[in-house]
Design a protein around this ligand. Structure first.
Ligand SMILES: Cc1cc2nc3c(=O)[nH]c(=O)nc-3n(C[C@H](O)[C@H](O)[C@H](O)COP(=O)(O)O)c2cc1C
Length: 166
């Protein structure tokens, strides 16, 4: 695989660990560094779910514990679950706070219902509006209920869909 240089970073938010599994596999395939976005207040239970849906719908952003240094990166993969057909508030905060100018920004989204993927892609790309970055592909994967797929399955899915490196 020609992914060897050190100019791409994988950044992810994951509540129930499905997106984390995809982000980790992605970083492993591409030899990239990986950075987790963690909400300051832990999200719990049904209240966390309801708030999450509302926050997705209203395009809210939520502060995270820390942000990565991305000045040397040419390309960023932003990995997020889909909430209310949109990116998550922690990811929206990352986009709002970081300078993404000139960088290629790709998304990896995980969702329950793949049929909505055109809408998820549009909403993710809209979030980059005004950031001066180069929007790249938006990869969408349906995770279904239960546990995340095993790493071999995720790797196969990713290798089928990943664009060539810069
Ligand atoms: C608050 C909330 C809203 C969601 N909204 C959607 C949605 O609009 N469409 C969809 O396909 N999946 C939706 N889901 C399902 C998640 O996108 C899916 O389970 C995802 O893989 C979870 O990622 P995680 O395990 O990394 O948190 C929603 C989940 C939550 C918690």
């Amino acid at each position: 695989m020609p992914w060897a240089d050190d100019t791409t970073m994988v950044v992810y938010y994951s509540w129930k660990l499905h997106t984390k599994a995809y982000a980790q596999e992605l970083a492993s395939i591409t030899n990239d560094s990986i950075f987790p976005l963690e909400e300051k207040s832990p999200r719990k239970g049904i209240i966390g779910w309801i708030k999450g849906g509302y926050q997705g719908l209203t395009k809210n952003h939520i502060e995270v514990k820390s942000l990565p240094v991305i000045s040397a990166e040419k390309e960023i993969y932003i990995c997020s679950p889909v909430w209310a057909s949109d990116i998550t508030p922690a990811v929206r905060y990352f986009i709002k706070r970081m300078s993404l100018k000139g960088k290629r920004v790709n998304f990896l989204l995980t969702c329950a219902n793949i049929e909505g993927q055109d809408k998820y892609k549009k909403n993710a790309l809209d979030a980059l509006s005004g950031k001066g970055c180069k929007p790249g592909p938006v990869l969408v994967f349906a995770t279904g209920g239960g546990e995340a797929p095993d790493s071999q399955t995720i790797r196969r899915q990713l290798e089928d869909m990943l664009p060539q490196p810069l």
